[in-house]
Write a protein that binds this ligand. Structure first.
Ligand code: KG4
Ligand code: ZN
Length: 340
């Protein structure tokens, strides 16, 4: 009797074309990511039309490679999970259509996954989830805190009111003349610097779990302009360190307050900015002190990948969630619970 569940995951919401086979939602069998970073670097960011073209070129190869590396045949799979949204519409459509074609051709169930649910379930590839948990999602498009009381149950308690943390990182990197995507470069500079410029902290209302990063971004830009007007030299390390301290302190403080208020058993971090060394260290310290278990996936599972989509898709599959072949990419998709 077959008891293991194998799900093929597909992710094309932004600038990575990715496919992966995951066993039982927890074990990576294959994980292929074709990144467009080299190509998008020239433009200093993701150009949607170029992203779509890359996805079209790569998608079939990437799916085939994920299957070959898994050693499985389509008939061995139980379902196909794909990022349905949010993301760039043209980019999403490539993955969604590839998933629909694959599912139809092989008679497999199709499951549309929310990209953020994917980032959260990346943690299942490392260790089991303990509920209730606080998920802190910090990526290029999102900065959110979500309370989960069980699998597939999401309560959004806070989100960014303007820029996402990753967007602010990329913008500050640009101001400092660093290549795209800037997050890792700012992180490196910040850690190497012994001095830090003092930038403001956006706490918002005292009880708010929301975030705001546009004021901090403007503060960095103004700081640079002021120095330029005075003909003084900017110290990129000190700016990066000051910016990172502000982001890290606000995110850590709010996450700690939320974890305590909701009496969570575990805190998990997810998304590209969760790869940030400064943020990881700050969260680890804070939750160690409080003795609340804290987990964050390894860096390659923090940034966009398809194993996380397959992991979330497996949980949805087990809960009986299915999409039909009329599924479309949903650029503005909201994170809704599939279990209450
Ligand atoms: O999750 P992700 O791969 O894509 C989205 O769903 O948005 O996140 C990409 C973002 C980019 O803004 C990138 O600069 C940021 O994650 N990032 C980092 C680091 N590594 C990636 N930000 C800060 N520090 C890092 N080490
Ligand atoms: Zn992402």
């Amino acid at each position: 009797m077959k008891t293991d569940i194998y799900v093929l995951g597909i992710e094309t919401s932004c600038d990575e074309t990715a496919a992966s086979v995951v066993k039982n939602g927890t074990e990576i069998i294959s994980n292929v990511v074709a990144s467009q970073i080299e190509s998008q670097k020239r433009f200093g960011g993701v150009v949607p039309e170029i992203a779509s073209r890359h996805h079209v070129e790569e998608i079939t190869v990437v799916i085939e490679q994920a299957l070959t590396e898994s050693g499985l045949k389509p008939a061995d799979l139980d379902a196909v999970a794909v990022t349905e949204g949010p993301g760039l519409v043209g980019a999403l459509l490539i993955g969604v259509n590839a998933a629909k074609a694959f599912a139809f051709a092989n008679g497999l169930p199709l499951i549309g996954v929310h990209h953020i649910a994917g980032h959260i379930y990346a943690n299942q590839l490392v260790q089991p989830m303990e509920f209730p948990l606080l998920a802190l999602i910090v990526s290029g498009g999102h900065t959110e805190m979500v309370i989960m009381r069980g699998h597939g149950s999401f309560e959004l308690i806070g989100e960014t009111r303007d820029d996402a943390a990753g967007e602010a990182y990329d913008k500050v990197a640009r101001v400092l003349g660093l290549p795209y995507p800037g997050g890792p470069h700012v992180d490196k500079l910040a850690l190497a610097s012994e001095i830090a410029v003092e930038f403001p902290r956006a706490w918002l209302e005292p009880d708010s779990y929301d975030f705001s990063f546009s004021g901090l971004k403007s503060a960095v830009i103004n700081y640079k302009h002021n120095l330029e007007q005075r003909g003084e030299q900017l110290d990129p390390g000190a700016v990066a360190a000051g910016f990172q301290q502000s982001v890290t302190e606000v995110i850590t403080t709010k996450a700690v307050r939320a974890a305590q208020a909701y009496s969570v058993k575990q805190v998990i971090a997810a998304g590209g900015v969760a790869a940030n060394k400064g943020l990881r260290a700050s969260l680890e310290n804070a939750f160690n002190e409080l003795q609340i278990p804290f987990a964050v996936p390894p860096v390659h599972l923090c940034t966009d990948n398809a194993a996380m989509i397959a992991a979330a898709g497996t949980q949805m599959y087990l809960s009986g969630v299915r999409s039909d072949l009329a599924m479309n990419g949903r650029p503005g998709m909201q994170l809704t619970s599939w279990n209450e």
